[in-house]
Write a protein that binds this ligand. Sequence first.
Ligand SMILES: Nc1nc2c(c(=O)[nH]1)N[C@H]1C(S)=C(S)[C@@H](COP(=O)(O)O)O[C@H]1N2
Ligand SMILES: [Mo]
Length: 339
Amino acid sequence: MRRFRSPSARVTNNQLFVALLVTFATGAGAEATGSERGRWVLIGHGLAAAAVIMLIPWKTRVVRAGVRRHRIGRWASLTLAALVIVTLLLGLGYTTGVFRSIGGVATMWLHVAVALALVPLLLWHVITRWARPRRTDVSRRNLLRAVVIGAGATTAYVALAGAITLLSLPGARRRFTGSYETASFQPRDLPNVIWLNDTTPTVDPAAWRLTVVDGRGERQLKLADLPRTTWRATLDCTSGWYSDQDWSGVPLSTLIGDTSGGRSVYVHSITGYWVRLPLADLDHLLLATHVGGSELSPGHGYPLRLVAPHRRGYWWVKWVDRIEVDPKPWWWQSPFPLT
Ligand SMILES: Nc1nc2c(c(=O)[nH]1)N[C@H]1C(S)=C(S)[C@@H](COP(=O)(O)O)O[C@H]1N2
Ligand SMILES: [Mo]
């Protein structure tokens, strides 16, 4: 049986789907970026989310009609709608700073978790209800509607940003990544972020060695072999906080001499955690033994951790035991740590 779709319902659904796709893509991009150049991704995320909000009144009409017709999967669809609204509210709570944590959990984690949870439901919903766009959907009227939504979203975005500043909400003090400052130059209060399948290892400094593999071969260094210089750098976690600290240790470029045959630098932790960075980053990476003049604490990576300025926290591998010039390209890895 062919399901009836009014042209306006079809257009609303497709516009909402596009807005959601852009919101997802820019959301992932916002979590990945750690440099000023990536600022537009965050602005795009806000605009796309505002477009989703703009479409809610239109979608409500479609939902009202749909709830009567689609008995099967009705609850799943309404759950999806609820999850989208919860994600929007969590995002707004975090952006404004009105609720930065809920029950001790950073709102940013919850925002991401709920957004990821709704993906399978959204895919199911779109696949089972798909109505192919028609040529007639590209009409003057519908284009005008898209323009209205775009203009409305921009206005809403600018108004919210203005309100955050005017009311001096906590959100006004966020970094361009959206993160809030935490414990700058107070390393003792620095939050601890460890992924699910990692635990803080106990390291015997006498037995610990750093293995360095480059074009000249493999060698082992002791903790006492490592020279020390100090860099000021911002650790910015995707869970929504950042912290400025003075990190001391050895620049990677001091340890790695010969990069021939390599395309990336592989940095490995005792826990098994690892990242691959572009060779071009070599001059901008530090292996720190100290923060704020004191030895790293076990939770923050003792005896050695990577400091990767302008990269988000998940690149800052803790408890490093091996660095290697790698023939594989840096992008040959999961874009985010998975657990
Ligand atoms: N080995 C290892 N390194 C790691 C992590 C981890 O789970 N395991 N977490 C990363 C993340 S997501 C962040 S934000 C920073 C947090 O560093 P901190 O705990 O010193 O604040 O370490 C990074 N390095
Ligand atoms: Mo993080």
